[in-house]
Design a protein around this ligand. Structure first.
Ligand SMILES: [Zn+2]
Length: 328
């Protein structure tokens, strides 16, 4: 790692210059994400960034629809405590694909829940309640990957912008809490682990340096073994941000997260009693009812139905905010 602030500024300028026309439109913080991910090696950062921009274009990621207050698109997962959108859950809505509802049925529960002391959004997942075998059996890796990208785009283009405004600085990282309560050997199912690998590969390649902190709480001792496998798939910089905690996690979480922003089941004070399912809705825990897909939920691998996905290509409202803020 370098380096003084001056050296970092020079690296950013050099990277921007080497990117030519492409570099002009990219915000400085975005360039820094790639430089940090590649340990300030300008050539490697440039290569990764160019690959990312090409991937975003080829896969129509730039025009992926995202839910905003104005376009009224449905959420792909529950959201709590942001000013850009009212609190909401994933629902059986005509624009959502059947694949998303099918995957979500077998997930232990997830929510983008308020912010931490750094102003970063907190993503909570009840990992221990995932029906890992069922997800691997009933969903394809293509469907899981599309769902993940849809969630990522919403997070970065809508939620991060909201958090940046609130914090008065650029926020481009999220804090993640994986709750392992309920975890057993059935979770360590190889096909399911390959899905996790596919998702973490996408994030490291195309969304580098977007993790603030990751806490794995209520981790069973057996996890240590699997952790040794997963570690091999991650960048060293990523490993440093991860804390694997057993039952004594409360004080560690409360150092990073205000009690009123942390659910009671994780040692905080929040209950989100105004919302169905509370802080982190879960069909598996039955705090929300099973959501049966309807005829109108298309069986396509994308997160939204085809009509909505196509609309994103031409309709700025559906597409939502730009991913990259222009450089000043
Ligand atoms: Zn809550």
């Amino acid at each position: 790692m370098t380096e003084t602030e001056q050296e970092q500024n020079e690296a950013v300028q050099q990277l921007r210059a080497e990117l030519g026309d492409q570099g002009v439109e990219l915000k400085t913080e975005y360039l820094i994400q790639f430089l940090i991910a590649r340990s300030w090696n300008i050539k490697a950062a440039k290569e990764q960034l160019e690959n990312t921009l090409a991937w975003r274009k080829e896969s129509n990621v730039d025009v992926h629809p995202v839910a905003t207050l104005d376009n009224k698109l449905p959420l792909l997962y529950p959201v709590r405590g942001f000013s850009c959108l009212p609190d909401g859950n994933l629902d059986v809505h005509p624009s959502v694909s059947e694949a998303v509802l099918r995957i979500y049925r077998w997930m232990g529960g997830s929510c983008l829940h308020k912010t931490d002391n750094d102003g970063c959004p907190i993503y909570i997942e009840r990992l221990g309640h995932h029906a890992a075998k069922e997800i691997a059996k009933y969903a394809t890796s293509e469907e899981v990957s599309h769902y993940h990208i849809g969630c990522n785009e919403f997070l970065h283009r809508v939620i991060m912008k909201d958090c940046s405004k609130k914090a008065g600085k650029i926020i481009n990282r999220e804090t993640v809490i994986f709750d392992c309560t309920g975890m057993g050997w059935h979770q360590f199912h190889m096909p399911a682990l390959y899905y996790i690998r596919a998702i973490s590969d996408t994030d490291q390649k195309y969304y580098p340096e977007t993790l603030n902190k990751l806490y794995l709480v209520n981790a069973p001792s057996a996890f240590v073994m699997v952790w040794k496998i997963v570690k091999g798939w991650l960048d060293p910089g990523t490993i440093d941000k991860i804390q694997i905690l057993g039952k004594d996690y409360k004080d560690v979480l409360l150092k990073q997260i205000p009690a009123e922003n942390l659910p009671t089941f994780l040692g905080g004070e929040c209950t989100c009693s105004h919302m169905p399912g509370g802080c982190v809705p879960s069909q598996i825990l039955k705090n929300i009812p099973y959501m049966e897909p309807k005829e109108y939920n298309q069986n396509v691998p994308t997160a939204y139905n085809t009509e909505t996905m196509e609309k994103g290509k031409t309709d700025e409202l559906i597409r939502g905010p730009l991913f990259f803020q222009p450089a000043k």
